[in-house]
Design a protein around this ligand. Structure first.
Ligand code: NAD
Length: 253
């Protein structure tokens, strides 16, 4: 009952998993704000679904707060659904060629993926707390996006895996903290999905990856992520956990 007629915020909604989620929630009657630092992408999706595009870098706390303020005003209320899909996936060895360390990659990845998710979750939850609860006692739902790399991070994914592991680890304590306010927190850990993030991979890498997916033997479709996001929002007993959505893949080293 949290979707139709309510506001939703989807970060990274200009592309891939976020765009599919924004489309799905809009089709179910939500008023959707698409937050992305690439405003053109956000505008394209917003125009398609009759939603709102807001520009912010999720790693910038003040910008996230301002974007939520704009979304709340324009959509006629603070979002009861906040889905964090904004993320980056840089690969780098911890100690690279000639001993070059990859601290810059580590820092950037943590800033966007982990700090960015924290920023959106914290600002969204604070606003949800000020809303009237629904009859069910619920005030809102937060869905964060981890990755199977959280558990099976591959070579060169130390930074990415750390950022996604942080998202998975925050889930339970955040759910416990917000429980009294009737706000649930969940995370989805996608396996390998057909999005621009994956399309950047060389063919042989993509084929090797797909070969490891037991069933179905293909990449996940963004709509399948959106379907789980819908289920999480509508199933009030799901709280405080991270769900792998991966066709049973376990990534090799
Ligand atoms: P994508 O690259 O298609 O979309 C990501 C969107 O986030 C883009 O529109 C981008 O502009 C936006 N973005 C990036 N950094 C941002 C920032 N600092 N502030 C605001 N917006 C920002 O990626 P995707 O494949 O849809 O991935 C979405 C999420 O799912 C990411 O967190 C990613 O790590 C995770 N994930 C994806 C896969 C996959 O196979 N595609 C697998 C596991 C996890």
């Amino acid at each position: 009952m949290l979707i139709s007629g309510h506001s939703a915020l989807v970060t990274g909604g200009g592309s891939g998993l976020g765009a599919a989620t924004a489309r799905r929630f809009a089709s179910l009657g939500a008023r959707v704000a698409i937050l992305d630092y690439d405003i053109d992408r956000a505008r394209n999706v917003a125009a398609e679904i009759g939603g709102l595009a807001v520009q912010a870098d999720v790693s910038d706390q003040a910008a996230v707060d301002q974007a939520l303020e704009e979304a709340s005003q324009q959509l006629g209320g603070s979002p009861r659904i906040a889905v964090s899909c904004a993320g980056v996936g840089h690969a780098a060895r911890i100690v690279g060629r000639e001993g070059k360390l990859s601290f810059d990659v580590f820092e950037k990845t943590l800033r966007v993926n982990l700090f960015g998710t924290y920023n959106v979750m914290s600002h969204a939850a604070r606003r949800m707390m000020a809303l009237e609860p629904l009859e069910s006692g619920e005030r809102g739902v937060i869905i964060n996006t981890a990755s199977v790399a959280w558990e099976d991070g591959q070579l060169g994914q130390a930074a990415y895996a750390a950022s996604k592991g942080g998202i998975a680890s925050m889930c339970l304590p955040a759910a416990r903290e917000f429980a009294r306010a009737g706000i649930r927190v969940m995370a989805i850990a996608p396996g390998l999905f057909r999005t621009p993030m994956m399309e950047g991979l060389p063919d042989e890498v993509a084929e090797a990856i797909t070969a490891n997916i037991p069933f179905p033997p293909r990449l996940g479709e963004p709509e399948e992520y959106a379907l789980l996001a819908e289920h999480i929002v509508t199933n009030a007993f799901l709280n405080g956990t991270t769900i792998r959505l991966d066709g049973a893949v376990r990534l090799p080293p």
